[in-house]
Design a protein around this ligand. Structure first.
Ligand code: ATP
Ligand code: MG
Length: 442
């Protein structure tokens, strides 16, 4: 079998071979090539020791931050390639980091430590595909299967449990039975895995084309990573709006939403506070205030997982307003754009659409056009260049101070003027705004 490697990776492999070492592209990059995808990054496995790799490529062309794991990053034309000496890992007393990394003599031993058969494949031009664990057949059949005994492999490194679910979601593969059982049974070990790694894997899982199915099937794994979601499981809503329980609705909403990590995480967390806010009146279930309770929990979850602060703020804002009704007028739309910013407002429309779709009742589905109506108004506001922010208002705090405004009165008056411009009661015209402000000066 012939695969076309990235020119840089090929150069690194050939250079090492010329010096008498073995070298292969290995892991995810080979998997992606076999799937006909362009790999994001290339890993190279070699028989050369790190010092030898450095000597071959020259100290000035390498970064050595991964040295204690046997990794040298070779930089070719500005692009980094991780070159790692064949190694095995032994003794995982903390379920997350090998106690020691041992260099080994062969590629075969190196492949054995890899997580799944589809990731335990290697390639170079000379020897072609090296597939000792049936990775190619699992790729063709769409199967995620641990290399060796899944119980052992998940006990060594609990992150692999979440990676199994992640690859299933991203590739649309099923997880082989024993591997799936081990993942569910050992899921609680995820509590020992670093928060950053959990966040990164969950983010990739949520982006996957089969995220909904994976969230439903591997709920135990998901709840081990985010225990706060547990109470949503099979929580009946008793609402004419909702066809599904809170967790199934959540899983479906993740699948429906268009956008990136912010929108995906928003859907995962948007109703997380519902179980805390449940009440029943005249036989109908209600969740008053769940948006704010969900935002509060979302904030705590994202903080624990060490999500970047700016990212977390966007998600928390979207969760807190996800169910806010917005009238179909440009004033109402501009008011929301002013409150959360135009880009987040655009995300909010995607969130609302996904929420409606995932409610799944005729009543909710009849509302899915609302996001489109709001989007039309939003686009018209942008096209016309309407003012909806203090920054765009043709009068500034300094102008009000010159008129005699003091302290917090200045800010209040600016907001009042903006509100009148948004309402259409005043044009965004400097003279008119000054005249209006003058009438109200104390
Ligand atoms: P992605 O497409 O997201 O980069 P990937 O499979 O390449 O997926 P990486 O984290 O880049 O994931 O890892 C590269 C390779 O290293 C994997 O394909 C696998 O062979 C091995 N690997 C990564 N993490 C683990 C792990 N926790 N346990 C065992 N092997 C792993
Ligand atoms: Mg990779």
């Amino acid at each position: 079998m012939n695969l076309t490697l990235d020119a840089g990776a090929e150069k690194i492999i050939e250079t090492l071979e010329e010096k008498g070492y073995k070298a292969y592209a290995v892991g995810g990059c080979v998997r992606d090539l076999l799937l006909g995808k362009i790999p994001d990054d290339y890993d190279v496995a070699t028989s050369a020791f790190p010092e030898e790799v450095i000597a071959v490529f020259g100290r000035e062309n390498v970064a050595t931050t991964g040295l204690k794991h046997g990794t040298v990053t070779v930089i070719l034309k500005g692009k980094p390639f991780e070159v790692t000496t064949f190694r095995s890992e032994s003794g995982y007393s903390d379920h997350r980091r090998p106690d020691s990394v041992k260099f080994v003599g062969s590629l075969a031993e190196d492949l054995k430590r890899r997580d799944f058969t589809v990731n335990a494949v290697a390639y170079n031009g000379k020897e072609g595909l090296i597939d000792l664990y049936g990775g190619l057949s699992d790729l063709e059949n769409g199967v995620i299967r641990a290399v060796g005994d899944p119980y052992e492999r998940f006990s060594e490194d609990a992150l692999r449990i979440l990676r199994a679910a992640r690859f299933s979601a991203a590739l649309g593969f099923k997880v082989e039975e024993k591997t799936a059982r081990a993942a569910e049974e050992l899921a609680k070990d995820l509590e020992k895995v670093s928060e950053e790694r959990i966040f990164a894997e969950l983010t990739k899982l949520l982006a996957g084309k089969n995220a909904t199915e994976t969230l439903l099937k591997f709920h135990g794994v998901i709840f081990a990573a985010i225990p706060e979601l547990g109470p949503c499981y099979k929580f009946l809503q008793r609402s004419k709006w909702h066809r599904y329980d809170v967790y199934e609705h959540t899983a479906r909403a993740v699948g429906y939403v268009k956008g990136g990590a912010v929108e995906k995480w928003t859907m995962l967390l948007h109703d997380i506070g519902k179980p805390d806010c449940f009440s029943v009146k005249d036989g109908e279930g209600h969740f008053y205030g769940h948006n704010l309770r969900s935002a509060e929990i979302a904030k705590a979850v994202l903080k624990r997982l060490k999500a970047p602060k700016a990212f977390s703020e966007k998600v928390v804002t979207l969760v807190s307003v996800h169910d806010k009704p917005i009238r179909f007028t440009s004033a109402a739309v501009k008011r929301e754009m002013s409150a959360i910013g135009k880009d987040l407002f655009s995300s909010l429309l995607e969130v609302k659409r996904a929420d409606n779709l995932a409610q799944g009742t005729p009543l909710a589905l009849s509302e899915t056009g609302n996001a489109d109506k709001l989007k039309e108004i939003y686009e018209e506001v942008l096209r016309r260049g309407d003012c909806y922010t203090l920054a765009a208002l043709k009068i500034k705090g300094g102008d009000l101070v010159s008129l005699g405004y003091k302290g917090e009165e200045t800010g209040k008056e600016l907001k009042k003027l903006l509100e009148e411009v948004i309402n259409g009661n005043l044009p965004n015209d400097r003279e008119r705004l000054l005249a209006e402000a003058k009438k109200r000066v104390k």
